[in-house]
Design a binder for this molecule. Structure first.
Ligand code: ATP
Ligand code: MG
Length: 380
């Protein structure tokens, strides 16, 4: 028997959208199509809150396509499945032929069935019983475990076909790429800001990014590291425009004219003001940073207040309540961790005051800034 395999992607939160669901759906399908394109010709369409990717030629790489589908924001679950006709004989034949290759290394299972076609003569539990029996017969090593199965085999009887899947994998979740609008990420070479960008992209933000460097205090390697980070992120977030801005003159002016304990704060305010201008120029409606409350002196409540005050845009800080360990888990998942750990400093590290202000009064900050011609320096 010739098995026909497809990929099924289940909608996440988008299901809850009302009248504009169609727009979200269009974005998810476009994203899915473009990510599958390198793996062969697929027909991508949606029926009843499930996107189908149907291979059109023999040479489609389903393994690679599965991996790509798992990165598409907006889908909560993804599975590969074999297509059966809508009768129990065909479902059992397909299950017997298709499942063994996927259940080889799996010790226990249960079957869950779902009928969206209520005219199908068997009820869901009956389908599960039948298919479970067929699996036990054709896979002697495997046992049924209803409470903690290693995999849940899924049978779905849908509008025109039935589908048999060896298991469901958690999808990328979130909202479709770009559905929330565009945001400007302040991207350092550290661990946190790539994670922050990824988290906001998952909520539907298309990303632009700005990186500040201070040559010759920072080198080409630091810049290359940030470009590499943006490239790695883009495997999840889609295309990122990366702007690179030199802060050397501003940093030198601060170092020459201001009190050391304010250095970092003043530099961060300049970064935010420049990011604000760039964001507006490139139609971004928000900023994103990798700040985490209390992680360093410039991330106390008052310090964050002082940097926040220079922009009228909303500033998203998705790492604000996360521990470093939790941030690292995500950095590893999106494969930016090792690159972030390369030892090329970004500008702040070379400029860190010995006793930074953790409770900076705003008047004092403004006093420090009044010593500089920041408008001209930042414009440049
Ligand atoms: P990260 O791990 O993202 O570097 P961090 O914990 O080192 O963060 P800071 O260096 O205080 O913290 O920076 C806080 C945030 O400010 C960063 O997450 C990033 O969004 C932004 N930022 C810091 N330095 C730069 C830079 N050189 N270019 C662009 N953005 C920066
Ligand atoms: Mg940093």
């Amino acid at each position: 028997m010739k098995i026909k395999e497809v990929i099924l992607c289940k909608y996440g939160e988008v299901i809850l959208k009302g009248l504009n669901k169609r727009q979200f759906e269009k974005k998810m399908l476009a994203d899915l199509s473009s990510r599958l394109a390198p793996h062969g010709k697929f027909d991508v369409y949606a029926v009843q809150s499930t996107a189908y990717a149907v291979p059109l030629t023999e040479d489609c790489d389903i393994d690679a396509a599965m991996n790509s589908a798992l990165r598409v924001f907006g889908f909560s679950a993804v599975s590969r499945a074999a297509v059966a006709e809508k009768n129990i004989e065909s479902i059992l034949a397909v299950a017997t032929e298709y499942l063994p290759q996927h259940l080889q290394n799996i010790s226990s299972f249960k079957v869950e069935s779902k009928r969206s076609d209520k005219n199908f003569p068997l009820k869901s539990p009956e389908i599960s019983m039948e298919v479970g029996g067929a699996i036990l017969e054709s896979n002697p090593h495997i046992k049924v475990n209803l409470s903690e199965p290693k995999t849940i085999v899924r049978v779905e009887v849908r509008e025109s076909n039935a589908y048999v899947s060896p298991g469901i994998v958690r999808g990328a979740g979130g909202l479709p790429m770009g559905s929330a609008g565009k945001s400007m990420l302040l991207l350092s070479g550290g661990i946190d800001s790539p994670v922050a960008g990824y988290m906001m992209a998952r909520r539907g933000c298309a990303l632009s990014a700005v990186h500040f460097e201070t040559p010759p205090y920072t080198g080409l390697r630091a810049r290359e590291k940030v470009i590499a980070l943006a490239e790695k992120m883009s495997a999840y977030t889609g295309k990122i425009d990366l702007h690179i801005v030199s802060l050397t003159k501003i940093q030198e002016a601060i170092a020459a004219n201001c009190e050391e304990e304010y250095f970092t704060l003043l530099l961060r305010r300049s970064m935010m003001r420049i990011a604000d201008k760039l964001a507006k120029k490139h139609r971004c409606d928000s900023l994103i940073t990798g700040e985490s409350l209390g992680q360093v002196a410039s991330q106390t409540m008052m310090a964050i207040g002082v940097t926040d005050a220079v922009t009228t845009l909303p500033v998203f800080r998705p790492c604000i309540a996360m521990d470093k360990d939790d941030i690292v888990v995500i950095a590893r998942k999106i494969d930016t961790f090792e690159t972030s750990c390369l030892p090329y400093d970004d500008c702040c590290a070379l400029f860190t005051p010995r006793h930074p202000k953790t409770r900076p009064p705003m008047e004092r900050v403004l006093e420090q800034e009044a010593r500089l011609d920041l408008e001209e320096l930042e414009r440049e």
